[in-house]
Design a binder for this molecule. Structure first.
Ligand code: NDP
Ligand code: PYR
Ligand code: MG
Length: 754
């Protein structure tokens, strides 16, 4: 359990995260249909012979006919796994899988992890060099110094694809970017600063070399390893890479070295910096404690001794995350896109300045919102952009691609840089950023969320994750044994969870009054209301929400959707003037489709359809998409004619009259809405591109389509989200997983699902 940060999770949760469903974090997905005999003949023998011959005749065509051009290997031997040390190739696999998914998530680079069981540099080099045909780039990871220097150098010489040791250069680029800004903010200049580097391994040596190349004076840098200061003349535990940074100094320990230092760069191990040592540092000290997973010193410990410091760590749960995740995805994206033969100094420096500059620009609204209580403008707690900043991909990758072209290593230069920037922007799905931001926002403004079904294991796991993730305070509804169930799930302090049991809740009399007041004129007797409050968890939970005991509510795992919404609506009304409805959100790598009304209105009227369109467009906007709404039908603009088309046509007219600020069109068939080639047959259509908001004509088609897609499509599905109620209440599906419940809770608490 991590103590001081605002993200906490148990070891059990971390293991469950990795083992749940398909073990591990990656799978391979085919990009071509494999449905028919013909598909198979094209994909494999005999069709595959044609690209084989083409590549044999012209190797460059491998980039056209195979996945090579977008494929990066993350390769390790596990000799320096994060700051955990040499735990072997197999144990490094979770980290390497993690790097592979970050490549995909942040820069749409396909990546696979490779763990090589050897500590012999020669064997490692030979194995990797042989893989050149497979990959577009090689990301070396967590290989200890000094072997990493020999390995990287040899592979760069032998391979014609970009090779980068991330722990060296990824880290150097990001820490340089952070340092440029921290030095600026404290009114210093690189040429004057005194730096202490703790650690003399892969990351430390590369970071030191880069800051010296950028203007820090070599005699102003003292490097330390486990034996203390690396001074000129030291003999113990030296090698040629450490010797290159040996300084003429009387300091012998880290504590001596820090006397008067401006900057501490930690690339060593957890807890390596004793708080008291900081007292000797100069005014406004800059402390980069970058060891992972636990830093050399935590921000609270550092601030306790030096409130005047700027502190950064490698972790996402404190401000100022200086971590190579900000670099490697975008550096390789840019390098792959120009088919660079190497990642050279020019590309690294361009990346460092691009990242530093980005932190100084105005923070976009969605990022600012996510930072919530923390500082969101350039300053001491925001010296470097967050990894989920949606602008990184465009700005850093474009800078790297440009530098590759300018320095002559690009074999396929980009001709139209504006078009390239645009393609980078559209390559990622804004929904994934918004979800990341919604989670951050929830942490910044934790809310109380009622989980109505507090006796269900999946709900309890969601509540634990919700609380331990720092997203809010779960309020559980259940009988006496909820704490015991939490304990059985590995929670150390189950009593710390707030549990409401209607059998002994002091709120019951007031709840009965409230419910009776609402239902007496719907034919309910007081004793029926008493029974509902005492026995129906949805009624009880809804009353907690209604009476302000919580900010949002989640239910739906134990009852059908129809039953749950009937229960909830006995207590919670639609928001004034709104039509409640359900939205399913289908999330692909680069697209998101919002489909409504999938859960509430069986035969919506034209007014209701118009309301649903407006409400869904608002959800799309909140999730980072400019809405393009299509009213769907089997018929396109009246062909074929039918009896069911009028409400759709009238809904379009109503939106026209309302003068809404988004594109809408209808009625049309789904292929017209989604496929630009088919839409081209209707040049008068007011949609400027494929629709992303699909308004369905009725509940039958909507609910069937949403469930079919959920079961059959590759896209991830969020929801259904219930929109238009007076309070944020969400009804999950009975098959929901714990993480789906957490997402719904975060979206409900954060006001996106509203
Ligand atoms: N935030 C980020 O983006 C990144 C952070 N890192 C972190 O940097 C650290 C080092 O990684 P890496 O360079 O790949 O590993 P290496 O194994 O190559 O180097 C480790 C270095 O740390 C030194 N060291 C270990 N413990 C101490 C200590 N208590 N005091 C002083 N020096 C110590 C070692 O000293 P000796 O030479 O005497 O053995 C060695 O020089 C790890 O914690 C890693 O997580 C790495 C990459 C990126
Ligand atoms: C972040 C990283 O690569 C490391 O700590 O090793
Ligand atoms: Mg690493």
């Amino acid at each position: 359990m991590t103590e001081e940060s605002n993200v906490q999770f148990s070891d059990r949760e971390a293991l469950l995260f990795h083992s749940e469903g398909r073990p591990g974090k990656i799978e391979i997905v085919a990009t071509k249909p494999m449905a028919t005999q013909r598909d198979l003949s094209l994909a494999y023998s005999p069709g595959v012979a044609v690209p084989v011959r083409a590549i044999a005749a012209d190797p460059a065509t491998a980039y056209d006919y195979t996945a090579k051009g977008n494929l990066v290997a993350v390769i390790s031997n596990g000799t320096a796994i994060l700051g955990l040390g040499n735990l072997g190739a197999l144990a490094s696999k979770p980290v390497m899988e993690g790097k592979a998914v970050l490549f995909k998530r942040f820069a749409d680079v396909d990546s696979i992890d490779i763990e090589l069981a050897t500590e012999d540099p020669e064997a490692f080099i030979n194995a990797v060099a042989l893989m050149e045909p497979t990959f577009g780039g090689i990301n070396l990871e967590d290989i200890k110094a000094p072997e990493c220097f020999i390995i990287e150098q040899a592979l760069k010489e032998r391979m014609k694809i970009p090779v980068m040791h991330d722990d060296q250069h990824g880290t150097a680029i990001i820490s340089a970017a952070g340092l440029i800004n921290a030095v600026f903010l404290t009114g210093r200049e690189l040429k004057d600063v005194k730096v202490v580097v703790n650690g003399a391994g892969a990351a430390a040596i590369a970071c030191t070399a880069l800051i010296k190349a950028m203007g820090v004076r070599p005699d102003n840098v003292i490097m330390c390893d486990r034996s203390g200061v690396i001074y000129q003349g030291r003999e113990q535990g030296m090698d040629q890479w450490k010797s290159a940074h040996a300084t003429k100094t009387d300091a012998r320990t880290l504590e001596d070295a820090l006397d008067g230092a401006d900057i501490f760069l930690g690339l060593s191990a957890a807890g390596a910096l004793t708080p008291a040592f900081l007292k000797k540092m100069a005014k406004n000290p800059i402390i980069f404690a970058m060891a992972n997973p636990d830093p050399e010193i935590t921000p609270p410990d550092a601030k306790a001794v030096r409130p005047d410091c700027i502190i950064a760590t490698g972790r996402s749960d404190y401000p100022n995350q200086v971590n190579n995740v900000l670099g490697f995805p975008f550096i390789f994206r840019g390098a792959l896109d120009v088919r660079a033969t190497a990642i050279n100094e020019e590309m690294k420096i361009a990346a460092a300045y691009a990242i530093a500059e980005l932190a100084r620009q105005q923070v976009p609204e969605e990022v600012a919102a996510a930072y919530g209580g923390r500082t969101s403008a350039f300053g001491r707690d925001y010296i470097i952009p967050a990894p989920f900043d949606p602008r990184l991909m465009e700005i850093v990758s474009a800078a790297v691609a440009q530098a590759a072209m300018d320095s002559g290593v690009a074999t396929r230069p980009i001709l139209d840089m504006d078009a390239y920037r645009h393609s980078l922007r559209s390559r990622l799905n804004p929904t994934t950023s918004v979800l990341g931001l919604a989670y951050e926002g929830a942490r910044a403004h934790p809310k109380r969320v009622v989980f109505a079904e507090g006796e269900e294991e999946v709900v309890l796991r969601a509540a634990i994750a919700f609380r331990d993730g720092g997203y809010g305070i779960p309020v559980l509804v259940g009988r006496d044994d909820v704490h015991a169930r939490l304990s059985a799930l590995g929670v150390d302090n189950p009593e710390s969870f707030e549990v409401h049991n209607s059998r002994n809740s002091p709120l019951v009399p007031a709840m009965v009054d409230k419910l009776y007041e609402r239902l007496q004129r719907r034919g309910y007797l007081r004793r029926e209301c008493e029974r509902l409050v005492n026995q129906d968890r949805n009624i009880f939970a809804s009353l907690l929400l209604k009476m302000g005991e919580a900010d949002a509510m989640i239910t739906g795992v134990t009852r059908t959707y129809a039953q749950s919404i009937r229960d909830v609506r006995r207590v919670i009304d639609p928001a004034a003037g709104r039509t409640p409805f359900g939205v399913h959100v289908l999330v692909g790598q680069s697209h998101t489709i919002f489909m409504a009304d999938t859960t509430v209105n069986e035969r919506p009227t034209s007014e209701e359809l118009a309301d649903i369109a407006e409400g869904t467009a608002a959800v799309a906007r909140a999730m980072g998409h400019e809405p393009r709404v299509a009213f769907l039908s089997y018929s396109t603009f009246g062909n074929p004619p039918g009896n069911w088309l009028n409400p759709l046509r009238e809904a379009v007219e109503i939106l026209e009259k309302r003068g809404v600020g988004f594109e809408f069109e209808g009625e049309m068939a789904p292929d017209v809405a989604l496929n630009p080639k088919v839409m081209a047959n209707y040049p008068f259509s007011r949609l400027s591109g494929p629709a992303n908001v699909l308004i369905m004509p009725g509940l039958q088609s909507a609910n069937i389509s949403a469930k079919l897609l959920r079961e059959l499509a590759g896209d991830a599905v969020i929801g259904p989200m219930l929109i238009g109620m007076e309070k944020p209440v969400q009804i999950a599906t009975m098959s929901s997983t714990a993480s789906e419940l957490v997402t719904l809770a975060v979206l409900a608490a954060g006001g996106i699902a509203r």
